[in-house]
Structure formats: structure tokens, C-alpha cells
Design a protein around this ligand. Structure first.
Ligand SMILES: Nc1ncnc2c1ncn2[C@@H]1O[C@H](COP(=O)(O)OP(=O)(O)OP(=O)(O)O)[C@@H](O)[C@H]1O
Ligand SMILES: [Mg+2]
Length: 476
């Protein structure tokens, strides 16, 4: 037995002396999530090397502006790095899965790249070569590639799927930028500064022992630019966007799975969170219980856990342990009805900033006039400035009004706007419910002509014992 063992080892050693190479496999998926190195290698090889190969997959995703190259199945390319030869190859193996329903055959493709280098070169070049690949891949990704908009897709009705990919992506080409975004210039600069600080904050977050992420809550009436702001943020940071459709997520664990499969340097968006089933139900239950019970009483813990995404699941997603998988994430929630949100979502530290996207004011109008009519100044501007005071009109409406008579020239367009402005409701008739977040977190005042709600919000510990911490529309 002993001899057999020794013989075995000896053979292996002899064989390994015969092959002068080491191989590194880089599979597309690893564990529950994707393998980031795979993506880097894909980008790296899509740059110059792949073109030198003989057999290349040439793709152009729908709506993309660029072609992408990738190595075809079994194809190998070689290059020289620091005087040493390295080889890349790509393998795609297909596993046929049992047919599920109505010919909905799922092809489970397994892909992997393999890097081959000489053993004698390994210690000399490996670290530096890997670094080189990463660097090139990063610049390829940042410069050339279209950024991606991901959305979670429902896999069949049972929620059971062979597919590993939870996200589907399209190239993201929203033209909104901070330059085209019409809003209070001070707030805009403040947000830009905040974002820049975030991107440079690697060391700060590490030192502070916090995951490298930042949460924003955008709230305001329809058409005030919440979605445009998200696009502007993604364009500004050059991040991908993950648009989470919460109603498509069956459970908290599915939400977790989605999160694991997001990449670093991305914006994760949940739009209209008040419309997500459970939050609405909870809010209703809370209002009812507030009517039935004396104020100040504790609410019951989460009910109907398991079926749908619950508030606690969502919170785990934003700042529980799960939120720390990956880094450089911006998490954005939007809502038209901030007053409907659960207090747990609003407390300090949950969302780092609450941004009130409010009605269009004169400074915002000037941006829109520049965007839509190319106007920096017009004689009608002073009159428009006066009329804008206290008007509840959204930037989307102003845009629309400006474009309506654009063909007849800027004067006609502005006169049309003035006409509409005069009959627009005033803010006091159509109040923005503005939560006094200062009572909850320290946050600079936002928006230029927003009104404070009449029911000021107090933190839970406030001595007033006021249970209606969040003003409902009925209370105004
Ligand atoms: N602040 C703004 N700056 C520039 N354009 C704006 C702004 N607000 C709205 N618009 C224009 O109005 C349209 C609708 O805006 P957007 O989708 O961003 O609003 P929203 O706040 O997300 O609305 P909703 O609450 O209905 O989702 C956009 O096409 C955009 O061009
Ligand atoms: Mg929107």
C-alpha cells in the first residue's frame, strides 16, 4: 500500500514535470453570484486581443452603440507580457435541462476562460499580469462600454428556475445629466459634491467600519424629475443601474439573491416604494391601529412574512448584513407619497439623504429654457420669475408647455408658459407634503419653494408622544 502511494505520487510528480504550464480556470459563475474576474477578462479580451484571434463572437446587443467581441468556443489567443507568452482560451459547455413548460427549454450554458502560462514565468509575471488585465478591463469598461440598465425578470410562475441569471440587461442610454436636470442649483451642487465624496471615500468607509454604500430617498410629486435624477446620477458616476421591480420579487430570500448578483459600482433603484404591496398594507394597518389604539403604543411585528417582500426584508437589503456584499453602491428609493412610508425606512442612518424634488421654481425654469429652447436670457424672464412664485407646477409640465409653441419661436413659447402659469394652482392649494427630516436626521433644507407640512415630524423619542410621526394627506 505504502509503495503504491509513493508510486502514485512519483508518477504525478513526473507528469507535472512534463507539462511546463499552469492553468487558471475562470468560470462565469462562482457560488451564488457571478464571478467578477470573468467579467474583467471578458472586457480585457474584447479590447485588442480578441481581434487577433481567428474565431470571434461578434455581438451588438440591441440598442448598443458598440460591437463587442468575445472569444468563440474553444478559441485560443496568445500574447506576450514582459517577455513571457500567455494563452487565453474560452470554453462554453451546454447542459440541456429538462423541458419545463410548453417548449420553454432552458439552455444552461457554462462558460469559462482559461489562462495558461509557463510555470517558470508564474512567479515572475502572474501578479503583474493579473493587475494589467484588471487595469485594462477597467478602462475598457469605463470608456468604451455602454453602461447597463438591469431589471429583474420573473422566471416562470412557480418562481423556480434553472437559470442562474436573475437580471436582464439593456444598454443604458438615458440622456439626463446634472446639466440638464432642472432644480435648485445649490441643491444640485450639493448632491454632486456628495456623490464625489462618496466615490473618493474608500478609506473613510473602511476606517469608519461602514459598508461602502450610500442611500438616497427621492420624494416629490409626479414629473418633478426623480427618475431623471437617477439617470443623471448614474451618468455622472458612470455606474450601471439595477432597477428592482419589487412586485416581481416573490420573497425576501429572492430579494437577497438578486442583491448578491449585482455588480460593484452600481446604482440600485427601487421606484415608488410606497406602491409595493406590503408597505402599503403595513401603512394601512398602522393607520387603522392608530385609530383603534391609543397613541404611543407599539406596533405589532411584521405579519404575513414569507410570501412577499416585507419591510424588514427591504431594510435588510438597504442596511442589514446583506447590504454589505459588494461595495460602491448607491441605493435609491423614490416615492410620490413620502407620508405613506414607514417610519422605519426614514430613520437616521437608513437612507443617508432625503432629497425633496419639488415644484419648478425660476432657477429650474432657466435650465429648462436652456434645454428646450436654447435660451440663456429673454426679456420675458423677469415677468416669468414673478409669476413663478408660489406656483405648484412640475418641471415636466413646464417642459411640455415650452415645447408646445416652440415652433412659433421662443417668445410665443414663453408667452404660452406665462398664460399657463397664471392659472396654475398655488402651492398652498396643492401642498407638497414635506417631512421635516431635520427632526429625524440632520439634512440641509432642500428645494426652493417647498412648504413644510403643518404637522411637524418628531422623532419617535420626542416627548410629545405624538404617534402620527408622519403626516398623512388627510391631516393637512
Ligand atoms: N427636474 C427636471 N429637470 C429636467 N427635466 C425634468 C425634470 N423633471 C421632469 N422633467 C422632465 O419630465 C419628464 C418626467 O420626469 P421624471 O420621469 O424624471 O419624473 P418623476 O419625478 O420620476 O415622475 P414620477 O413620480 O411620475 O415617476 C422627463 O422626461 C423629464 O424630461
Ligand atoms: Mg419616475
Amino acid at each position: 500500500k505504502e509503495y503504491g502511494f509513493m508510486f502514485d505520487t512519483w508518477i504525478r510528480r513526473a507528469l507535472s514535470h512534463l507539462t511546463p504550464y499552469v492553468l487558471f480556470d475562470i468560470p462565469e459563475f462562482y457560488g451564488a453570484g457571478g464571478n467578477e474576474i470573468y467579467d474583467y477578462v471578458q472586457s480585457y479580451l474584447s479590447s485588442s486581443t480578441a481581434i487577433a484571434a481567428q474565431h470571434v463572437n461578434l455581438c451588438r446587443p440591441k440598442n448598443a452603440t458598440q460591437n463587442t467581441f468575445s472569444l468563440a468556443h474553444h478559441e485560443t489567443v496568445e500574447e506576450t507580457f514582459m517577455g513571457a507568452k500567455v494563452w487565453w482560451s474560452h470554453e462554453i459547455s451546454t447542459r440541456q435541462q429538462p423541458t419545463m413548460t410548453w417548449g420553454d427549454q432552458v439552455n444552461d450554458e457554462k462558460r469559462k476562460y482559461t489562462l495558461k502560462i509557463r510555470k517558470k514565468d508564474k512567479s515572475r509575471i502572474l501578479d503583474q499580469y493579473v493587475q494589467h488585465v484588471m487595469d485594462v478591463a477597467k478602462s475598457v469598461k469605463e470608456l468604451a462600454r455602454d453602461r447597463l440598465l438591469y431589471t429583474n425578470i420573473k422566471n416562470g410562475s412557480g418562481g423556480f428556475s434553472y437559470k442562474k441569471k436573475a437580471w436582464e440587461s439593456v444598454p443604458f442610454k438615458h440622456p439626463s445629466t446634472f446639466d440638464t436636470l432642472a432644480m435648485d442649483p445649490e441643491l444640485k451642487d450639493d448632491i454632486k459634491e456628495d456623490l464625489l465624496e462618496f466615490t473618493r471615500g474608500k478609506e473613510f468607509y473602511q476606517k469608519a467600519g461602514k459598508p461602502w454604500k450610500r442611500g438616497y430617498l427621492l420624494y416629490g410629486p409626479p414629473g418633478t424629475g426623480k427618475s431623471s435624477m437617477i439617470a443623471a446620477i448614474a451618468n455622472f458616476l458612470k455606474y450601471d443601474i439595477y432597477d428592482v421591480e419589487l412586485t416581481e420579487v416573490a420573497s425576501n430570500s429572492e430579494l437577497r439573491k438578486l442583491l448578491i448578483q449585482t455588480t460593484n459600482r452600481s446604482v440600485i433603484v427601487i421606484e415608488d416604494i410606497d406602491c409595493s404591496v406590503d408597505l402599503a398594507e403595513r401603512a394601512k394597518a398602522r393607520r387603522e391601529s392608530a385609530q383603534n389604539n391609543p397613541p404611543g403604543q407599539n406596533r405589532k411585528p411584521d405579519q404575513d412574512e414569507g410570501s412577499r417582500v416585507t419591510l424588514s426584508g427591504l431594510l435588510n437589503f438597504t442596511d442589514g448584513l446583506w447590504s454589505s456584499c459588494g461595495s460602491e453602491r448607491i441605493i435609491i428609493f423614490t416615492t410620490n407619497h413620502v407620508e405613506k412610508l414607514d417610519k422605519a425606512l426614514l430613520r437616521a442612518g437608513r437612507m443617508d439623504r432625503h432629497i425633496n424634488m419639488s415644484w419648478c421654481g425660476f432657477p429650474a425654469f432657466r435650465t429648462l429654457a436652456k434645454n428646450n429652447l436654447g435660451l440663456e436670457w429673454h426679456d420675458l424672464f423677469p415677468e416669468i420669475e414673478e409669476t413663478f412664485v408660489d406656483k405648484a407646477i412640475s418641471p415636466a409640465d413646464v417642459s411640455e408647455l415650452l415645447l408646445k409653441k416652440k415652433r412659433k419661436g421662443p417668445t410665443a413659447a414663453l408667452e404660452g408658459l406665462l398664460e399657463a402659469l397664471r392659472i396654475a394652482p398655488s402651492i398652498s392649494e396643492k401642498p407638497v407634503v414635506k417631512i421635516d427630516f431635520d427632526a429625524i436626521v440632520a439634512d440641509p433644507p432642500t428645494g426652493d419653494n417647498s412648504v413644510e407640512s403643518e404637522v411637524p415630524v418628531k422623532p419617535e423619542s420626542a416627548p410629545t408622544g405624538d404617534s402620527s410621526a408622519i403626516a398623512t394627506p388627510d391631516s393637512i
